[in-house]
Design a protein around this ligand. Sequence first.
Ligand code: SF4
Length: 107
Amino acid sequence: MILNAGEDGVLQSELWKTITADSREGSRAILRLERRRLIERRRELFDGRWTYRVLAKRRTPKIDSIIAVPCAFCHLEGRCSESGVVSPIKCDRLTAWLSSLAQTDPP
Ligand code: SF4
């Protein structure tokens, strides 16, 4: 649920309702996730009360970002290796794609 909430995250109170946990059980679970650095919590005033918004540190990759990688659908991928005749080190398509990434603004 936290991963699916994406960059907006989810309020703790919404989490408790959805997983039918009380705040004590939920808080323990959230603290475990936080200690493992899987989530972050941001303090937020909601309906006049302080609560936390929970966000996943890891984001689910979007399909567009995968489709754009030249290796994803390359017919040479099976024969491509660092020491091979076809190599990512010498690949023009990979170099062009990486160069285009370097020239775009970060999201
Ligand atoms: S590095 Fe180049 S040749 Fe190798 S799999 Fe990627 S696109 Fe294909």
